[in-house]
Design a protein around this ligand. Structure first.
Ligand code: GSH
Length: 228
């Protein structure tokens, strides 16, 4: 069976995307967890990955024959080609292209949101969220754009997912939904309802419950807490 190398479910937003997508679409894989242990003197993270990917990052998808694909966008395109009938991308050409645009926009952008509000599934930062919202115009701009692109896609497709059926676009924005909820950032009613739907999705719930069971504190990913 193919293997998906991932980092800590509580923190690793990039790992969450292909995991949630493959789970949601019934694409079989075996999960290999490579724990974030950067603070430990004898950190094993990069040692464990060095025979799998030259990029030294998770996620990595490894086929049965050992062929490795790294970087979320490349993994998702690989799954789309390898599992052509699974529905990784929407069916209609324009929807498919638009979904790719939205994924690429996420992959390459929203750095203010990503920097100010790292994914941390087990923690709620409502006070920091309020302060950041007032003090960080880049964050407000990122959230406004996300709200706009979600609202447009949902209005065009009729929902419940961005392109009707759950696709790569929803998986790509699942960690964004987690961030918006954990920092209680203000969004429109349509975007807020979409956040709730994403968080309640079976694959996202499965990931979330496993994240809550990890109970590990990774200082590099914790700008707001000093301990768990
Ligand atoms: N562009 C990459 C980003 C992957 C990434 O930054 N992964 C983080 C964990 S979420 C990582 O492995 N960090 C370890 C490091 O940078 O050494 C992707 O889309 O997969």
């Amino acid at each position: 069976m193919a293997k998906l190398y991932i980092g800590n479910k509580n923190y690793s937003s990039w790992s969450m995307r292909p995991w949630v997508l493959a789970r949601a679409l019934g694409i079989p894989f075996e999960e290999v967890m490579v724990r974030f242990d950067f603070a430990e003197a004898d950190s094993q993270f990069h040692k464990k990955l060095q025979h799998v990917t030259p990029a030294g990052r998770v996620p990595v998808w490894v086929e049965n024959d050992g062929f490795a694909v790294w970087d979320t966008l490349a993994i998702i395109e690989h799954l789309a080609e390898r599992h052509g009938d699974a529905g990784v991308w929407p069916q209609a050409l324009n929807d498919r292209s638009r979904a790719r645009s939205l994924c690429a926009e996420m992959h390459a952008g929203f750095s203010a949101l990503r920097n100010a509000c790292p994914m941390n599934i087990e923690a709620y930062f409502f006070d920091q969220g309020k302060t950041l919202w007032v003090e960080n115009p880049g964050l407000r701009k990122d959230v406004a754009r996300i709200d706009e692109l979600w609202s447009e896609a949902l209005a065009a497709s009729g929902g419940p997912w961005l392109f009707g059926k759950f696709s790569a676009a929803d998986a790509f924005y699942a960690p964004v939904a987690v961030r918006l909820s954990r920092f209680a950032l203000p969004v429109s009613a349509a975007a807020g309802a979409y956040v709730e739907r994403v968080l309640a999705h079976g694959a996202v719930q499965e990931w979330t419950q496993a994240a809550l069971a990890e109970q590990q504190y990774v200082p590099e990913d914790e700008p707001y807490r000093k301990a768990r």
